[in-house]
Design a protein around this ligand. Structure first.
Ligand code: S3P
Length: 173
């Protein structure tokens, strides 16, 4: 990475492309990839919808904060965050204290097309529709934009273009 003391945290709504872009950024920068949902699922030995179903959303949110506190101890990571990581102010504080926050965006229709056949997202499983996605996006919009150091739209761009845009914007930030 340009600055080894920095971690990069990719935030944004479900389905904007955080995981794919994080993988490409890692290859580009020789960084360590952290997929938060995957780490939490591995630690709990449970799938994300089962954690929500059995222990509730608040419990999952606490696991996210606990994991961020662990990540804060390390450098050179590209972290693909769960879409709801911005819901806790403490999470934003932790990310900002040990790295830069990159917001990825996409329109509700694009997100819907990307996530509609996936059953791994408890907040969408009961109501998979463009309108519901729009509502959730609206609720979170300010949180995402306030937390972000830079923002990049993933609409209609290749992963390579997105990675280049992120690198360029980080350099100028
Ligand atoms: C969530 C997003 C999911 C996952 C959980 C909750 C959210 O991650 O953490 O289902 O609240 O937006 P992705 O953004 O990787 O789908």
């Amino acid at each position: 990475m340009d600055d080894q003391s920095d971690n990069l945290f990719l935030i944004g709504f479900m389905g904007v492309g955080k995981s794919t872009v994080a993988q490409a950024l890692c290859r580009d920068r020789g960084a360590v990839l952290v997929e938060m949902d995957q780490v939490i699922a591995d630690q709990q030995d449970m799938e994300i919808p089962d954690i929500f179903g059995e222990y509730g959303e608040n419990y999952f949110r606490k696991l996210e904060t606990d994991l961020l506190l662990e990540l804060k101890k390390k450098t050179g990571q590209v972290v693909s965050c769960g879409g709801g990581v911005v819901l806790r102010e403490k999470n934003i504080e932790i990310m900002k204290s040990c790295g830069q926050v990159v917001l990825l965006t996409a329109g509700a229709r694009t997100v819907y097309d990307r996530v509609k056949s996936n059953k791994n997202r408890p907040l969408l499983n009961n109501e998979m529709s463009v309108d519901h996605i729009k509502d959730l996006m609206r609720e979170r919009r300010d949180l995402y934009w306030d937390a972000a150091d830079i923002a990049v739209s993933t609409e209609g761009k290749s992963v390579h273009e997105i990675v280049s845009e992120i690198s360029r914007k980080l350099e100028n930030h």
